[in-house]
Design a binder for this molecule. Structure first.
Ligand code: BGC
Length: 837
């Protein structure tokens, strides 16, 4: 047995202790046996290395562009370079595992965490995640691919149950993870908070064993998202190795109890412990090296350089951009020019080393530059006539106007979804006002995801920057001034309005916390194209200061079988007089959609590249397609299948801008599948809002109605939101509200409030290291359900472990507010009193 010496020296209790953290950011060590502790840190766009506990001020680190920005570069080399640098920073800070990247699909623009994710498309998400992981791990620093899986909404994220059919799971939601796992072998995978088809990810053996370890041969460790475990023994059985943050002695005690009760075996424990030992072993080398010198200034320059590849030029009528800094009078309007939004809120937040604003950089180079505030950043929803008038005056006096606007901070945070796709009122009003007096307006827009742009026809130019990290100033000004040609392209569609988002009525959890993925595979452009729905900006779209010609398409075969690969080559020429980069995209579509047995999008992205070209230069792009470009997941066979027939191959500069096309004939004598046409007519037409329960049940493979329980009984899996309208529930909620009274920042307050409101009660047991015991949770649920207090107290037979109590008391006290005072055991009360003295 590998690690036999370690196992031989450790009692079973000690072996179990490795299956939880030592605290929020370290794995458990054994000083006696000489097993070191690993330091883990968020991630993924810079290091967040807080001190003790979950919060605390993080050490200064370089803030790189967020995932949504980096993905818009479509440049896997850039992601790899960023990963290498992050890996080096980790080594310098003795961090062994960086908690990221996030590969969840942007199912809807409303997910508050979209800024941390790459794309609505699984190939883009998977390739970007793989590149970043390869980069980080090249430094012998691990990663944690997250949030596995179907965590595409933040609302009630601890309770939400993603109801998804197998095909959508495999083709859309699991695909990015599959690509990243197979290509990059992340040291760890992080199981998400939510449920998938009824089972929490952390306790979902189908997800963790059958798919991850079985189908994808993953041999690394699975860790929980912070606080995502309910039932520790069930999680172990399902394949979850490490629960985080650490739970003191609780995990070991619980696992030992489960072992004695035959709920888990010695093999279960030791398999997981071995995976943690393997992780520790992998990182050991770096633990003892002399850490590389940290050069934050050099990394800042790299962050700014990488940021230049990200912004997407959405519009540039009469070549308004770039501006000429020497001859043109430029008006900069909008407080965001001086206080840029460069990252989102939550666990990915970095204490940035050196943020440079676009205004600072523009000022250095522009001979005639004015600045006007445009709106009040503290009240972005309030339109100020005075500020608008000043903005108009400034615009009138300038040759060109640069209007900087953004979404609100609340729209880009972990823990909350956006309330709408709209920009703050004052930002929209500013664009309307300035464009009413000038034809030469460029809007510089910063958001974490797609927004409604009702005024898009008015300004001559629009540049979407996304959240560019601390080098935002250099990157944006270099593009505006023409030092660099923009080369980003959208990795998500911009619909005209929120209601156009597929299955927009099913985006949030319903009253049973079910999130119905009724649109199945029709996510993003797969839906808009199928429905010929007009969009504001399509997937893959983005302009350059140059233009590109595509020529000479060759496919090396006319006919293939599933075992063949298809080589595609074509030339791209930079027709302009400046160096520029283009992102050719290869899409595949089944030619005869009416004849296909299965419903399909019109076309799907199967390959892409980023090609850098000097002025006038021509390069040949060569891309190879294998079976994965042609297959779909058959729920019927529970496996990937390839339907024979003609497949069209499209080479595009965007999904709606196809420059070259060819086709190939697929032969597959072994094909046989259910003909889905009769049973799923709405999916065949892509009319996902017409899909009724029977059709959805059919693709799900089970009856949703049987699955939904009518019982409103309060259980351990209930949360305070379930009982907030009852008298007793209200008591608990008001204690919660009181406990947050001192929190000044309104966004943080809302994140904490929503988070606690939707946390299943039983998670408080692990969060308090067992101080709020399972018995107490049962008692609480019983009492909240209307049970008598004396009976509840009887249920609350507590045997708190003496040793651990003192250590975890502060945490227990903080969280004990959810338990009505009468249910708090004397032991906790007494200790609390002692502490106060
Ligand atoms: C987030 C993770 C993060 C973890 C640790 C969780 O709330 O969902 O993305 O890595 O906290 O900070």
């Amino acid at each position: 047995m590998k690690f036999a010496a370690w196992f031989d020296s450790l009692s079973l209790r000690e072996q179990c202790s490795f299956l939880t953290g030592a605290d929020a950011w370290h794995t458990t060590p054994s000083i006696r046996v000489g097993i070191p502790s690993l330091h883990v840190s968020d991630g993924p766009t810079g290091l967040r290395t807080p001190g003790k506990g979950l919060g605390g001020d993080a050490a200064e680190a370089v803030c790189f562009p967020t995932a949504s920005a980096m993905a818009s570069s479509w440049d896997t080399d850039a992601l790899k370079t960023m990963g290498e640098t992050l890996g080096r920073e980790c080594r310098a800070r003795r961090i062994s595992v960086l908690l990221g990247p996030g590969a969840n699909i942007k199912r809807s623009p409303l997910c508050g965490r979209n800024f941390e994710y790459y794309s609505e498309d699984p190939l883009v998400s998977g390739e970007m995640a793989a590149a970043e992981i390869i980069g980080v791990q090249s430094q012998n620093v691990g990663t944690s691919l997250k949030h596995f899986a179907c965590n595409s909404t933040e609302t009630a994220r601890m309770k939400a149950d993603s109801i998804v059919d197998d095909r959508a799971l495999r083709e859309i939601y699991l695909k990015p993870f599959e690509i990243a796992v197979e290509k990059a072998k992340p040291w760890t995978v992080m199981a998400s908070y939510n449920k998938i088809n009824g089972k929490y990810s952390t306790e979902n053996s189908w997800l963790l064993q059958d798919v991850l370890r079985g189908d994808w041969n993953y041999d690394g460790a699975v860790i929980s998202d912070w606080g995502a475990v309910n039932d520790r023994a069930a999680a172990l059985k399902a394949g979850l190795d490490l629960d985080m943050p650490g739970t003191g002695n609780y995990t070991a005690q619980t696992l030992l109890k489960a072992y004695r009760n035959d709920k888990i075996t010695l093999e279960d424990i030791q398999t997981s412990t071995s995976r943690i030992f393997e992780l520790i072993h992998k990182a050991e080398e770096n633990q003892y090296e002399t850490p590389p010198q940290l050069d934050l200034d050099a990394d800042h320059n790299l962050a700014a350089h990488l940021a230049e590849g990200c912004p997407v030029l959405l519009k540039n009528d009469h070549h308004l951009l770039p501006v000429n800094p020497k001859t043109e009078r430029i008006a900069v309007i909008g407080a965001r020019a001086k206080e840029p939004l460069y990252q989102g809120g939550g666990s990915s937040g970095v204490n940035a080393h050196h943020v440079v604003s676009p205004y600072e950089c523009l000022k250095k180079e522009c001979a005639y530059l004015s600045y006007t505030q445009g709106y009040d950043l503290d009240n972005p929803d309030t339109v100020s006539d005075v500020l608008l008038k000043n903005a108009k005056d400034a615009a009138k006096a300038a040759d060109k106007v640069l209007v900087f606007i953004s979404c609100s901070k609340r729209d880009i945070t972990e823990g909350l979804d956006r309330e709408s796709m709209k920009l703050p009122a004052a930002m929209n009003a500013l664009v309307d006002a300035v464009t009413s007096v000038s034809m030469n307006v460029a809007v510089i827009l910063t958001t974490g995801s797609a927004v409604e742009l009702p005024w898009a026809d008015k300004p001559a130019a629009i540049l979407q920057t996304y959240l560019l990290g601390e080098g935002v100033g250099e990157a944006v000004s270099n593009i505006l001034l023409g030092h660099v040609s923009p080369s980003g392209k959208l990795t998500e569609t911009y619909p005209l309005k929120e209601e156009d988002v597929p299955a927009h009525q099913y985006l949030q959890p319903d009253e049973n916390y079910n999130v119905l993925y009724k649109e199945s595979i029709f996510v993003g452009y797969r839906y808009y194209e199928k429905n010929r729905k007009e969009v504001r900006y399509p997937f893959g779209y983005g302009l350059s200061y140059s233009e590109f010609a595509y020529n000479n398409l060759t496919l090396d075969k006319e006919e293939i079988t599933p075992d063949d690969s298809l080589n595609i080559s074509f030339t791209i020429t930079n027709k302009g007089s400046i160096p520029a980069a283009e992102v050719p995209q290869v899409y595949v579509g089944y030619h005869d959609l009416e004849e296909s047995y299965i419903y399909r999008p019109v076309k799907e992205l199967v390959a892409f590249a980023k090609v850098y070209l000097d002025a006038g230069e021509t390069k040949t792009a060569t891309l190879t397609l294998d079976h994965t470009a042609f297959e779909y997941y058959s729920s019927n066979h529970q496996d990937w299948q390839i339907e024979p027939g003609q497949y069209d191959i499209y080479i595009g500069s965007a999904s709606d801008d196809i420059r070259l096309a060819g086709h190939v004939q697929m032969k597959n004598n072994g094909f046989g599948d259910y003909d889905y046409r009769a049973r799923t007519p709405d999916y065949f037409d892509g009319r996902v809002d017409a899909v009724d329960d029977a059709e959805f049940d059919f693709v799900l493979g089970y009856h949703l109605e049987d699955y939904v329980s009518d019982s409103k009984k309060v259980t351990r899996d209930s949360c305070l939101a379930d009982v907030k309208d009852t008298e007793r529930g209200q008591k608990c909620v008001s204690i919660l509200e009181k406990s947050l009274r001192k929190q000044k920042d309104p966004v943080t307050k809302e994140v904490l409030y929503q988070g606690l409101l939707y946390t299943p009660l039983n998670r408080f047991t692990m969060a308090t290291h067992g101080a709020i015991s399972e018995d107490m949770i049962d008692a609480l649920a019983f009492w909240l359900d209307g049970g008598d207090l004396p009976d509840a107290l009887k249920l609350c037979a507590l045997g708190l472990p003496e040793g651990t109590m003192n250590a975890i008391l502060p945490l227990a006290q903080k969280l004990a507010w959810i338990v009505p005072p009468a249910l708090v055991p004397d032991k906790v009360k007494k200790l609390g009193k002692k502490k106060k003295k």
